[in-house]
Every structure is written in structure tokens, then in C-alpha cells.
Write a protein that binds this ligand. Structure first.
Ligand SMILES: NC(=O)c1ccc[n+]([C@@H]2O[C@H](COP(=O)([O-])OP(=O)(O)OC[C@H]3O[C@@H](n4cnc5c(N)ncnc54)[C@H](OP(=O)(O)O)[C@@H]3O)[C@@H](O)[C@H]2O)c1
Length: 346
């Protein structure tokens, strides 16, 4: 089999501080022959099957801002975590044609990768391979590590999760519930709230866009205060949540998606609460969590078993076709997804 084109999505324009639009990305078709492309020693040619779209990519589109990962380059392909099938191998590789691997790839149909950066996938019966980009992958360890290591949940505590119907939040709530906590979540549509209550086992949930006020929502849904606030959104939500935190409560700061497209950053006013209530607030990155061997071992053991036994409900928002990746990314930032945003490439 050979192919004559490779559809590749390029980073076209820095969106600055406002909303990302499809025009900031460009879908191109490049000449390509899978049977003839040159492979150097240690390289393999991947036929991309799935791509993961994640909110951190918004930060990589700000070419002038300093962040924890390098910005995308204008005119170059966008990059993402992905799953590919090995189509051809270069000299000195141990992977074989047909192997399924996880790695850092481009928003493309085909990608030449160095074998050393790839991980061969373990296949579990009844578990979709795309889960390796979600509950069993980066969002999964983010949820697990942030909750267990920083949140330190104890039986009977109230855990509040914002962005609760997303890739990370869906898992956080379920893990906390399995630890015997009372779990409360918020999301941006009534359908998402329904998923939290009826499928993901949240004890209470609210639509943050339609409640009378965030303060009233916390009074109603967290009457005993909050012991752990797993913060996915930052901004006003964090500010108001601070006023409902209990003494010696913890806030694992996972992200601040409400601020990623905001032209002006929200100024949090209630930080004095951290002193009054002795609150621990700690940011963290999945890349650091991957460096904690013990945590990775426990995550793999615990979460794989929970998923295999059906004790964790996980959702994916799968968009088909690499050419639809730009609109899916715009949608992700506006709340179009329930669960993990995936692009099915092939
Ligand atoms: N620290 C780390 O290493 C790490 C790793 C992974 C993710 N994260 C962070 O974790 C958070 C969740 O990531 P994810 O992968 O699970 O994404 P996700 O929840 O699957 O997708 C993003 C969701 O954010 C919500 N959202 C968008 N604008 C919002 C706003 N103004 N206020 C409140 N919610 C808003 C939308 O849902 P609604 O319909 O509910 O608005 C949207 O569906 C993000 O902040 C991300 O940057 C951090």
C-alpha cells in the first residue's frame, strides 16, 4: 500500500490573548509516499490512528509568552500525544510492523518518529486503545496524582471538582468517591451535569453557567464546606471556592482554563482565606508526576484495574478526520466535549 498525500495541520497564526479560531490553523495536503519515505537508523513510520487534543495546547499557541512547554512554531505542524500503528521500520529498531505505540506526534496522518520516544501499547480486552490518551494516559495520571498526592483525600471529606465532565475531572470525582468522599462537580451544560449525576456517581453537581451565583451553588451543594477543591478552571470559580474551604483544606491547582482565552486575567481577591483556613494550594504538572515512579506504579495498578472491572465510567468525545482537528480544538476550549477530546485519524 502506498499513499500520495499526508494531511497535516499547521500552526498558522498566533491568536494572541483572545479566542483561538480555525483560521489560526491550516489544514494542508503534502506529497507523501509511505513506501518510499526515507527512514534513518532508529526511526519508524507511523500511521496515526488517534490524536489527543488538550487545553495546554492553547498555551503553546502563545508564541511570546513563557510557559512550561515550548510554543508551537508558526508554519510548522502542530504537535500532540497520539497513538500510531508502525507501518515501516528503519534499521536498528525493535518495533515491528503492526505494533501500536504511544508517543508525541504531529497533527497528521503519517509521522516519522524516533523509536526511543515511543511506548509500545499494552492491549487490554474490552478497553479501547484510545483510553491510553485519556483515563489511562496523561489526563488520567493528572487526575490521580493531583488528587492523591496533593489532595490527600480522606473518607467523609467533601471534594469539589470544577471542569468535572472533562477528561481529567470525570476521573477525579470517581476516584474520590471510591475513597469514601462526598463528591460535588460543576460543568457548563445541563447534559454534562446529568452525566456527572447519573453516570459518574457524583453526589451533587451544578451548571456553573446557569446557577444564580457561585456562592449560592456552594452553599447549596457543599453545606459542610469543601475539604479538597480540584481546580481545573481558576478565575472567579477559584476565588469564590476559597470562601467555602474548610480549615486545613487542600487545593490541587491543575489548570485555569477560564483564563486561557481571556483578554484580561481575573484577579483573585480571596487569598487571605489561605491564612485564615490554613489552606494548602499547590500547582502541579503531569510531567512531574510521571517522574514519581511509585505514583506511576500505583496509578497503573489501580486505574487499569478499575477500568477493566468497569468500576470507572469514562467518556470520549471522538471527532473523525484529521481535517476536523482545528474545529474540534476550538470546540474543546468552548466546552463542546464531554470527556476526553480525541481525533480519530484512521
Ligand atoms: N497540570 C497538568 O499537568 C494538567 C494536565 C492535563 C490538564 N490540565 C488542565 O486541567 C483542566 C482540564 O483539562 P481536561 O483535559 O480535562 O480538559 P476538558 O475538561 O476535557 O476540556 C476543557 C473543558 O473546560 C471547560 N471550560 C472551558 N472554558 C471554561 C470556563 N471559562 N470556565 C469553566 N470551565 C470551562 C469546558 O467544559 P464546560 O462545558 O464545563 O465549560 C471544556 O469542555 C485544564 O485547565 C487543563 O489545562 C492540567
Amino acid at each position: 500500500m502506498s499513499t500520495t498525500t499526508n494531511t497535516v495541520v499547521l500552526f498558522k497564526e498566533d491568536p494572541g490573548r483572545g479566542w483561538v479560531e480555525e483560521k489560526h490553523m491550516e489544514v494542508t495536503k503534502q506529497d507523501f509516499n509511505a513506501d518510499a519515505v526515507e527512514l534513518k537508523e532508529g526511526e519508524v513510520l507511523l500511521k496515526i490512528k488517534y490524536l489527543s487534543l488538550d487545553p495546554y495546547m492553547r498555551g503553546r499557541m502563545q508564541t511570546k509568552a513563557k510557559s512550561y512547554s515550548a510554543p508551537f512554531e508558526i508554519g510548522k505542524p502542530l504537535q500532540a500525544g497520539g497513538i500510531g500503528e508502525v507501518y515501516r521500520v528503519g534499521k536498528g529498531t525493535t518495533l515491528k510492523t503492526g505494533d501500536l505505540v504511544l508517543g508525541f506526534v504531529e497533527w497528521a496522518q503519517w509521522f516519522v518518529a524516533a523509536e526511543k520516544g515511543l511506548k509500545k501499547l499494552e492491549i487490554f480486552d474490552g478497553v479501547p486503545i484510545s483510553y491510553n490518551l485519556g483515563v489511562l494516559g496523561m489526563p488520567g495520571i493528572t487526575a490521580y496524582g493531583g488528587l492523591m498526592k496533593i489532595g490527600e483525600p480522606k473518607e467523609g471529606e467533601t471534594v469539589y471538582v470544577s471542569g468535572a465532565a472533562g477528561a481529567v475531572g470525570l476521573l477525579v470525582g470517581q476516584l474520590a468517591r471510591l475513597r469514601g468522599c462526598r463528591v460535588v462537580g460543576s460543568a457548563g451544560t445541563d447534559d454534562k451535569v446529568k452525566v456527572l449525576l447519573e453516570e459518574a456517581g457524583y453526589d451533587a453537581a451544578f451548571n456553573y453557567k446557569t446557577v444564580k451565583s457561585l456562592d449560592a451553588a456552594f452553599k447549596e451543594h457543599c453545606p459542610k464546606g469543601i475539604d479538597i477543591y480540584f481546580d481545573n478552571v481558576g478565575g472567579e470559580m477559584l476565588d469564590v471556592a476559597l470562601t467555602h474551604m474548610n480549615v486545613h483544606s487542600r487545593i490541587p491547582v491543575c489548570g485555569a482554563i477560564s483564563q486561557y482565552n481571556a483578554s484580561e486575567q481575573y484577579g483573585v481577591k480571596n487569598l487571605m482565606q489561605t491564612v485564615i483556613k490554613r489552606i494548602k494550594i499547590q500547582g502541579f504538572l503531569s510531567t512531574d508526576l510521571y517522574g514519581d515512579q511509585e505514583l506511576v506504579k500505583n496509578f497503573t495498578k489501580d486505574v487499569v484495574a478499575l477500568v477493566k472491572e468497569g468500576k470507572i465510567v469514562y467518556k470520549e468525545h471522538i471527532v473523525e478526520g484529521i481535517e476536523n482537528a482545528p474545529s474540534a480544538f476550538v470546540g474543546l476550549l468552548k466546552g463542546a466535549n464531554t470527556g476526553k477530546q480525541i481525533i480519530k485519524v484512521a
